[in-house]
Design a protein around this ligand. Sequence first.
Ligand code: CTP
Length: 432
Amino acid sequence: MAVVYFGGAPTSRISPRLRLSSLVAGLDEGRKEVFHSLAELGRELGFSIYLVGGSVRDALIGTQVLDLDFSVVGDGVAIGKRFAEQSEGKLTVYQQFGTATVVTPGCRVDLVTARREEYPTAGQLPQVTPGSIDDDLKRRDFTINAMAVRVWPEGGDFLDPLGGFNDLEAGVIRVLHGRSFVDDPTRMFRAVRYEQRLGFRIDDETQSLLSDAVSRGLMDSVSGDRWLHEVERILDEAEPGLVLLRAAELGLMSGLHPSLAKDGDIRALVDCGEVPQDPDEWLAGLFSPLTSAEGEELIQRLRLSGPRATLARDTIDLRNIEETAGELAERPSELYRILRPFAPQAIAARMKLTGDLSVRRALSRYLNELRFVRSSLTGDDLLEMGVPQGPLVGEILTQLRDARMDGRLLSREDERALARCLLAHSQEGATK
Ligand code: CTP
């Protein structure tokens, strides 16, 4: 099917607004060096190289360009390999897509082979064939990400065939053609992410394409790990809460899983006056209002595993026992014992979310104080005092710590006295 592009004339190019020299002048020495090396390699191997995508967008906006994205008309992997050798950077190659990433001490450099993409099945990864720089810009997500600046040969040309610069000036997120979200539904989250990060707005036609894709159930066609990747990228934004709320407003969260239709806890975290700094607290906020069954379904949908799956389950389980925590204010060692199994980010999120003041105080006390309490005597001290090597050492240390938490021991001498007493007690027990 022929793709109709929304943007400007396909040949509109070379604007005086952005010259490579002024772009490079704004970079630190390490990044300037990357440009020089790539221009050299382009000349040597005979490939045209362009700075593309987010790097050009951010340079035009005037925000710091951290990662550098290049498109190579020729062989991006060959350039990547040579550049990694020269820069002694860490090279990762995705041969199937003709891409290479080189991480140097100062920056990350992504090199793609300029390509044409075809999506035979909605939501699946595309079939890729080498192409021109125009092809490479046309396969992208939004006009503001479809601009390029030529690095070699004759550095400086600015390519903007799809009207990205106008949209950047107008603050608009616009797809390149009507099938964009059908081809790749993950772009819907990307649209919201850029909109909220840059303070832009999704253009009306793009928004109706997005609504259409959601109501047609296209989000179901994408695998859980690809959605997880998008969620993780949202959590890494400066203001994940705003992105998640807007995604919910547009129906994306319920498209991910019906239980995410209610955005109560994300709204509460945004409004709580103590906005989470740790991305995992936002993840906890997503799981916090769910039932255990809903939580398990969402864990499956996103293929969460390891510490993140634990965090999700902890957040839900914690909500069910936190009332008990509130009642334990007078028994800190007990409070410690019931909260210790839970991930600190789950506790931090629930602390901000609970409406019960005594629960909030208890969770805060655990997070800020109790979990750091240790006895001042160490295992070695106990061995010196004659405690035999073995489980008794740990048991006595636990009792010392508990006593310290509960305010029953104040000095090191108090601890010694209790340790002696516990040792004698255990020896008596052994001889009986
Ligand atoms: N891209 C795309 N469709 C996607 C993912 C990426 O068209 N689903 C294109 C965009 O042109 C994007 C480029 O590939 O600019 C690089 O992808 P990524 O690094 O994810 O984008 P950035 O814009 O660099 O992202 P960020 O600013 O969030 O780092």
